[in-house]
Design a protein around this ligand. Structure first.
Ligand code: ADE
Ligand code: ZN
Length: 326
């Protein structure tokens, strides 16, 4: 890849994207003014999302999300998000959806949101060629009881489009075993599993998540690098990491991409993939992530192709869908 090469032109698979976290600020501002809701605190003077640290980020995220009220709002959000992803060269994306924000974990209401989201995603596939699948995600700091209701929504709507179940939110809140019941329910419903860990917690947090929840993939997981025995275990067991370098750097976990452990993890045999997490919050896109990795580690076409083969393998969609992407 040459200097100035168009990183958007590389076809990409993205496995870790929060649906509301991907909302363009202009879209949220527009919806807020339509609904006459004041969420000025969410933005800085340049109109970007504004927050001080991760925990404040979670609050701002929830405040921004509060303007998304109806299934129609979520349909419009879906179109706005997938336009950005497609412009960055994404051909397949798995998006985290939380019934906590869509219908309040009531299965009937959730079905209506899902229907609207899915219609918009199907239209994006026809119009822009981007394939989308959903992962229902409980929020760790909302607690295990709400997670169980979320898992029920997931079990009830599991199928060819809702393909996975996960957990996001404050990694310091509670323990993975508090959520084992919900993960077991999702596993029973044949959903594939992923869990955020090793972002704010260290190696033990990753071990706890693996033990209690038995996910095929870990969201982030990068702080496993602090324990090489764990790194080797991840490599041996083929656990896939959904790595989001720009997110980790913007939130201050690493000073810059050059000092991010993704390359060390990859060299030691861990299956790593690349995603954006919440792109406008972290001033990133998939094309920018690839460009930053190229500059930090000299990654060329072959490494990006390997990363995308890993992502295709680890994707939660069915084999027929994978065949169309290969
Ligand atoms: N929700 C949205 N983004 C998140 C992140 N990076 N970690 C945990 N929960 C999140
Ligand atoms: Zn995330």
């Amino acid at each position: 890849t040459q200097e100035g090469a168009d990183f958007a032109a590389i076809p990409k698979l993205e496995l870790h994207l929060h649906h509301e976290g991907a909302a363009p600020p202009a879209f949220i501002r527009g919806l807020a003014s339509e609904k006459k809701v004041n969420i000025d605190k969410v933005f800085d003077e340049r109109g970007h999302y504004a927050y001080d640290d991760f925990w404040h980020f979670l609050q701002v995220y929830e405040a921004a999300t509060s303007v998304l009220k109806t299934p129609e709002d979520y349909a419009r959000l879906t179109t706005a998000v997938l336009e950005e992803s497609a412009a960055s060269g994404v051909i397949y994306t798995e998006t985290f959806l939380s019934p906590d924000f869509c219908g309040g974990r009531d299965v009937g209401a959730w079905r209506e949101y899902l229907h609207a989201i899915r219609e918009a995603a199907d239209a994006a596939e026809r119009d822009m060629g981007i394939v989308t699948r959903g992962i229902i995600t409980c929020i760790r700091h909302f607690g295990p009881d709400k997670a169980k209701e979320t898992a029920l929504c997931a079990a009830e709507t599991a199928g060819d489009w809702i393909v996975g179940f996960g957990i996001a939110g404050d990694e310091k809140a509670g323990k993975p075993r508090d959520f084992a019941y919900s993960f077991d329910m999702a596993r029973e419903a044949e959903l594939a599993l992923t869990a955020h860990a090793g972002e704010w917690g260290g190696p033990q947090s990753v071990r706890d998540a693996l033990e209690a929840l038995r996910p095929a993939r870990i969201g982030h997981g990068v702080r496993a690098i602090e324990d090489l025995e764990l790194v080797d275990r991840l490599a041996e067991e083929g656990v896939v990491l959904e790595v989001c370098p720009g997110s980790n750097v913007t939130l201050g976990i690493y000073p810059d991409v050059a000092r991010h452990p993704i390359e060390m993890l990859r060299e030691r045999g861990v299956k790593v993939t690349v995603s954006t997490d919440d792109p406008p919050f972290f001033h990133t896109t998939m094309a920018k992530e690839y460009e930053a990795l190229h500059h930090a580690f000299g990654w060329e076409e072959e490494v990006f192709a390997q990363i995308n083969r890993t992502a295709l393998d680890a994707a939660f969609c069915d084999q027929a869908t994978k065949d169309t992407l290969a």
